[in-house]
Ligand binder design. Sequence first.
Ligand SMILES: *[C@@H]1O[C@H](CO)[C@@H](O)[C@H](O)[C@H]1NC(C)=O
Ligand SMILES: [Ca+2]
Length: 147
Amino acid sequence: MKVLSLALLFLLVAVNEARVFGKCELARIFKQHGLDGYAGYSLGNWVCLAYYESSYNSRAVGPRNSDGSSDYGIFQINSRWWCSNGQGTTSNGCKTSCSSFTNDDITDDINCAKRIVRDPNKMGAWVAWKNHCRGTNLSKWTSGCGL
Ligand SMILES: *[C@@H]1O[C@H](CO)[C@@H](O)[C@H](O)[C@H]1NC(C)=O
Ligand SMILES: [Ca+2]
């Protein structure tokens, strides 16, 4: 019984573990989903953005923002504007639950990011991109990936 409980506990811990993508793994998925050059942003921009927003962790949930909203997943998509977390006002621009941005299938996250970057602010919607990626040499974000 004790052995079984430990095994079960281990399984639960494993299931709840963060899913952290590798740089090149993520770069490849982004490219497959058409992000390279999307809205004029090269692949390096997207990988850099994901690194500084979530450390490539598809289950990341940010600390609550001053307006009461929270940020979800690999792109830290915001609940005030883009998804519904069941709390407070949302424009729900991507018409989905925020929890869909914290699972390991990032296809929907990518589609929402495409919607976000089509707005006038473009990638400026992400503060981390403005602070850490914009205007920098982005070659390191795709180097060694064979892309
Ligand atoms: C960016 O960095 C790479 C690798 O360090 C270098 O080869 C390349 O020339 C740099 N590009 C620019 C535009 O500075
Ligand atoms: Ca998802």
